[in-house]
Design a protein around this ligand. Sequence first.
Ligand SMILES: *Cc1c(COP(=O)(O)O)cnc(C)c1O
Length: 484
Amino acid sequence: MEQDIDGEARAARRDAAVRAAVEQGLLGPEAPLAGLLDVVGIRESAAALRAAFDAVVAPGTPVLHAFAVKAAPLVPVLRLLAGEGLGAEVASPGELALARAAGVPPERTVLDSPAKTPQELREALALGIAVNADNPQELDRIDGLMRSAEATGSAEATGSAEATGSAGTTGSAGSRSPLGIRVNPQVGGGSIEALSTATATSKFGVALRDDGAREWVVRAFLDRPWLTRLHTHTGSQGIPLSLMAEGVAAAYALAEEINERAGRRQVDTLDIGGGLPVNFASDETAPTYAAYARQLRAAVPGLFDGRYGLVTEFGRSLLAKHGTVVARVEYAKSAGGRPVAVTHAGVQVATRTVYAPGAWPLRIAAYDAGGRPKGGPDVVQDVAGPACFAGDLLAVGRALPLLEQGDYAAALDTGAYYFAHHYAYNSLARPGVYGFAPDGEGGVAFAVVREPQPVEAIVAEAGGAHADALTSGLTPRAARPSRG
Ligand SMILES: *Cc1c(COP(=O)(O)O)cnc(C)c1O
């Protein structure tokens, strides 16, 4: 029961961190909301991911675990993960900039944006970042860039594959970038429609079972010796492991077909995406990376025999259980006979939970004003956020020790896709984010990951520098004083 012991240790670290955050003033009357990140836990998950795949691949297989930046777009987190041997999967110019700011090298970065602009593609190819083309139009653009890179023979496009640690590509004449095509195996969806990327009509990748699509992909490879990768990501939370494995199996079968028809090992790397679901119901880590890796090996043994390099793109499963958003109870009231704790955590930090509570329930832990776990009998109550709409509720009718004014409510397992993804409703400030670890003397040390957003920054982002734009900035030309 190794996992349960991990979960208990994680819960104990979390309790100690909440208490220390209150004692050290990171949380209090003037700092009523904070995000806490468990650095020990993040390192453990990164190590578990590496170990899980090391255990199933043939010795010497190149494996790149590219963290899906969208799950926790915070530069210090990306650097922490890079130090643990992970790379970055980016899906926008902003995410690429974050990965670069964190020092993730191009050969450990993968670009998957669904709507890459010509400039985005040009930059990626110049840097040598791996790119997965989403569709035929994007492949056309890459064709053009490859032709011009070959024609100019520019310094950055020497075709030298000195990249270290990248997943086994030889590069190509026009760019160092390993290039591939994203396919949608159309194996079906999971319990959360919005996160199901492999449905028949998903917007992602080339829909492999559509008429003529498979043949188009094979021809695309045969016509372009520089295409060396296939990418698939079967989706996220709510997808059963068996369906994820089916998606990977479909990409593997396609790689085998391409290589057979090419008469050489043209596809040398499979990017199998991320999507391991997270258990939001308890402190147990389930499923584990080890279980998924074993299931994959059972379903697609050929993928692990050393002929293919691997790229993975896990996000949620690396961070979710290591983040906690802690909010002070500003007021405790009662309405219609139900207690309501009005806290500072609502839609701005738990957007999905507030708008889709059925799909994204969160555990709430109660702490007293000193940051100690709260005891006492469970009372059915609502935990509300600070935003001005009735539905801004973190939890409805939840049985918890009664939250009172000055207490803290903690939303657990929020390290991925929650407090790092601020939603600016009501101009609520982005909370500070703090990483924590043992201080070596029995206490807890904190490091600032992201400063709390000051109101001046909110004004600046809301056009504060252009206050007159609409009252005098649009004066018709004729009415303007003429310039000398
Ligand atoms: C979102 C995404 C991921 C990460 O998904 P998780 O569920 O967070 O593991 C990986 N790859 C792609 C292409 C994605 O869009």
